[in-house]
Design a binder for this molecule. Sequence first.
Ligand code: G
Ligand code: G
Ligand code: NA
Ligand code: MN
Length: 254
Amino acid sequence: LSLERDLRGAAERNELFLVYQPQIELTNGYIIGAEVLLRWKHPVRGFISPLRFIPVAEDSGLILGIGERALRESCRQAQVWREQGLLDMRISVNISAVQFRQTDFVEVIERALAEAGLPPDKLELELTESVVMQDVEPALEKLRRLDTLGVKVAIDDFGTGYSRLSSLRQFTVDRLKIDQSFVHDLPGNADAEAIATAIVAMGSSLGLRVIAEGVETEAQEEFLQRISCKEGQGYLYAWPMTTSEFEAWVTAWQ
Ligand code: G
Ligand code: G
Ligand code: NA
Ligand code: MN
């Protein structure tokens, strides 16, 4: 309860901020995008993980305000980087189930894009399998509207959920994110290898892009290249970084 109390107003007190983690095309090292992650620096307790405060924000409804703010700021920042000529990449924003279920969800997205002047195809929304597979009809409708707008959708933590693979075809999504728990056990763990290989093959046959998350080692990267996984994200390339750190990293990387 005290966490909820502290979270209320945390945004106004500038305790919440965004960090950016690059996503890399494995064959050529190009920066193809960045995932935006929320950070909370509590004045007394220090950094509190989103794993702790996102559930509190969801239960209290605070996630709606926090999430919309993060979305608007992400779009604005991506457009600033485009206009500065630093980088013309896609920005990937995590969306909570509570946000996605709102009836005006697509309007919130449209507003954020219009306000920032960001082309819709420069925005990707990261949704988990369970978010998409629950309440299938309204979810399908929202995904169709997002697709019509040109906004991209990635299925986050793919492989950990309960999605019926057959239903994946009817969802208009663009990308699968191989969950980092599998990437962690590459190479050498037969199950992790089989799952990663299967996800890449499935993505390929369904025409979906596939990105591996949590890439930490050269050996993991080599395995991913071998199974023709084309995109990666993880500490091997960069940690999630503040705006100024990200700008410096991009300049050094290119
Ligand atoms: O950044 P980190 O790995 O600590 O994030 C932990 C979890 O919190 C991840 O599952 C991540 O998706 C989630 N998370 C981080 N930032 C956001 C955000 O802005 N919105 C939502 N809904 N989840 C987030
Ligand atoms: O659930 P989601 O996939 O959004 O979670 C992303 C989380 O993974 C973020 O909290 C981010 O800080 C973390 N992360 C990013 N890269 C790596 C990595 O290479 N290794 C590990 N262990 N975590 C990572
Ligand atoms: Na994510
Ligand atoms: Mn993930």
